[in-house]
Write a protein that binds this ligand. Sequence first.
Ligand SMILES: NC(=O)c1ccc[n+]([C@@H]2O[C@H](COP(=O)([O-])OP(=O)(O)OC[C@H]3O[C@@H](n4cnc5c(N)ncnc54)[C@H](OP(=O)(O)O)[C@@H]3O)[C@@H](O)[C@H]2O)c1
Length: 219
Amino acid sequence: MSTVFIVGGSGQVAKHVAKQLQPSDWSVHALYRSESQEQELKALGATPVWGDITTLSVDELAQLFQGSDHIIFSAGAGGKGDETLTNKVDGEGLTKSVLAAQQANISHFILVSAFPEAGRTAALGDKFENYIRVKKYSEYELTQSALNWVILRPGQLTDASGTGQVKVGYALPSGNNPISREDVAATLLALLKQPKIHHKIIELTQGDTAVEHALEEFI
Ligand SMILES: NC(=O)c1ccc[n+]([C@@H]2O[C@H](COP(=O)([O-])OP(=O)(O)OC[C@H]3O[C@@H](n4cnc5c(N)ncnc54)[C@H](OP(=O)(O)O)[C@@H]3O)[C@@H](O)[C@H]2O)c1
């Protein structure tokens, strides 16, 4: 049995991960912060773990991580809202999670990040620019750690049904680059099951290659 701990476990991508990992010999520990999410996570077969990333200390987070084999960080404050929250969740939350993973001796760490150059043809506004800055700095911090990290940069997330067909690359042209959350989750599953892939920054959009084949070039 392998256990993956998802920071941002109540998020939409994370819930697809939990759904797609059931039934299997994987267990999902999902960080959540609002009581209403507890039953939904249980119904998906996940183990809900209560905590707010903005107030948890590194030690407390490491205790919650203890016993897990993999970490997925998929938390985010939404990007377009309060910059302070983006800094605390997407930024400091990632920093704490990296330190906590090291403290809990968990080496495999997957960060759900974002296309750094998305929407560059438009004026994005200060909040979105801050979001991209924070995501980029979080990536940098993770790459400086001793962890076996993977950074997955999905394009524009959609709620369309997954097709199982994606395009991946070290750097994909940005522009109209949608990817369904369901397919982001399928790609995360493939990465979880292929720990030989690490120290890679992978961009992801919808495409025409089956997820499991698409990642072969990164092994
Ligand atoms: N939207 C896009 O087009 C796009 C594109 C590329 C990458 N991304 C990134 O992809 C990731 C996953 O996307 P998604 O659609 O699954 O996002 P989502 O549904 O908004 O999930 C975000 C998760 O972060 C959690 N979170 C926020 N503040 C928190 C806090 N203080 N403590 C603990 N957890 C907290 C949320 O918990 P609550 O449910 O309690 O709020 C939720 O579980 C995000 O990091 C996002 O930045 C998004």
